[in-house]
Ligand binder design. Structure first.
Ligand SMILES: [Fe+2]
Length: 197
């Protein structure tokens, strides 16, 4: 049977939440079932829109999915989702990288706070536990993301909140890149779609 995103999700929901992520992050995968499906892979298998990398990217970020070691009292936020190809097949071992501003809208340009990368698991899942980012200058709140399938091109993009008051004043804001938030707004869900290899 052709594996669609829906059948992938159903098989995941039937599986125990062991996953490749362990420790404090493992429980968050259970929230996948509570989040609405985003339309990314069901509306014509269109690749996720590219966005500018911006001036604050730094190479050589550490591999990790938990960025909260320096979070202190900052408000936590988690990001979760899948990487699919344009045939709606999950993409394992895709590199997913994140970098973002802190609660004051500032980037760490000397070190690697709020910067990380990881590889998707066998089901194409990615996820980061970090802090709630904030807007700065003319930019609404956003998370920068790079996705690179093994042997594929880099997708550089950004993720947004659905109702941030600064969205409509930011010319880079793209409603196709809005995360689906869970009920307590502590987790954002987004599925990336990359060209099939
Ligand atoms: Fe930015």
């Amino acid at each position: 049977m052709k594996q669609t995103r829906r059948t992938v999700l159903q098989s995941l929901l039937a599986a125990p939440p062991a996953m490749i992520f362990t420790g404090s992050s493992a429980h968050v995968w259970a929230q996948l079932s509570a989040l609405p499906l985003t339309p990314a892979c069901e509306t014509g298998s269109v690749s996720t829109p590219q966005q500018t990398q911006g001036p604050f990217y730094r190479p050589n970020a550490p591999q990790r999915n938990d960025l909260t070691a320096d979070a202190g009292s900052r408000r936590r936020f988690s990001l979760r989702g899948f990487v699919f190809d344009t045939g709606c097949r999950p993409v394992p071992e895709a590199m997913v990288e994140i970098w973002h501003a802190d609660e004051r809208g500032e980037y760490d340009n000397d070190g690697y706070r709020w910067r990380a990368y990881q590889l998707t698991d066998d089901a194409g899942r990615w996820g980061f536990d970090t802090i709630l980012t904030q807007h700065y200058s003319f930019r609404t709140a956003h998370y920068h993301i790079r996705v690179q399938p093994r042997g594929g091109e880099v997708l550089t993009t950004q993720l947004y909140f659905p109702d941030h008051p600064r969205n409509h004043g930011d010319r880079l804001f793209d409603p196709r890149l809005v995360m689906a938030l869970d009920d307590d707004r502590s987790t954002g869900r987004f599925d990336f779609v990359v060209p099939s290899l």
